[in-house]
Design a protein around this ligand. Structure first.
Ligand code: MN
Length: 153
């Protein structure tokens, strides 16, 4: 997906969100982060480091902490690696206006990563264990962005 959409949606003169710096990571472990985003509608932004960006999904409900809890996760634009540490307020009138705070973070190990399926071992504070993200087939006029997010064995 790349960062074109991320840049196009934001005015970096107004928002405190980070522009892409091209920062390269030096330590081991792929980034896992969930940011609680109190925007027009409260949601949780799940981000996994993949191919030098943060692949991102918006989860409308509290992320699943135990097996059996299934959550809708709507694929959103890739975010720069720099975004993983972002917390703060996005001003009124800007895209995603509201407050962002880190709800959980840590690292993950990929188990299976395809365009339709991500199986990962998450090592976070709140989320810990094997998780699955499965892309759903769009029905009718649905956009092709809906995934299912759940804890698995
Ligand atoms: Mn968001």
């Amino acid at each position: 997906m790349g960062l074109k959409e991320y840049r196009a949606k934001r005015n970096f003169a107004k928002t405190s969100e980070p522009p892409e710096t091209g920062k390269k990571r030096t330590d081991g472990g792929l980034i896992y982060v969930i940011q609680k985003h109190d925007a027009s509608r409260l949601h949780y932004d799940l981000r996994l480091e993949e191919n030098g960006v943060l692949t991102s999904w918006a989860v409308p409900k509290t992320p699943p902490l135990k097996e059996g809890e299934k959550r809708l996760a709507v694929r959103t634009e890739d975010h720069p690696i720099d975004y993983a540490g972002f917390e703060g307020a996005i001003p009124e009138g800007e895209y995603g206006a509201g407050t962002v705070e880190i709800w959980d973070n840590g690292t993950y190990e990929p188990v299976e990563m395809t365009a339709e399926k991500k199986i990962v071992n998450i090592h976070g504070g709140k989320l810990d264990g094997r998780y699955a993200l499965i892309k759903l087939k769009p029905r009718g006029k649905e956009k092709n962005v809906n995934w299912l997010f759940f804890k698995t064995k």
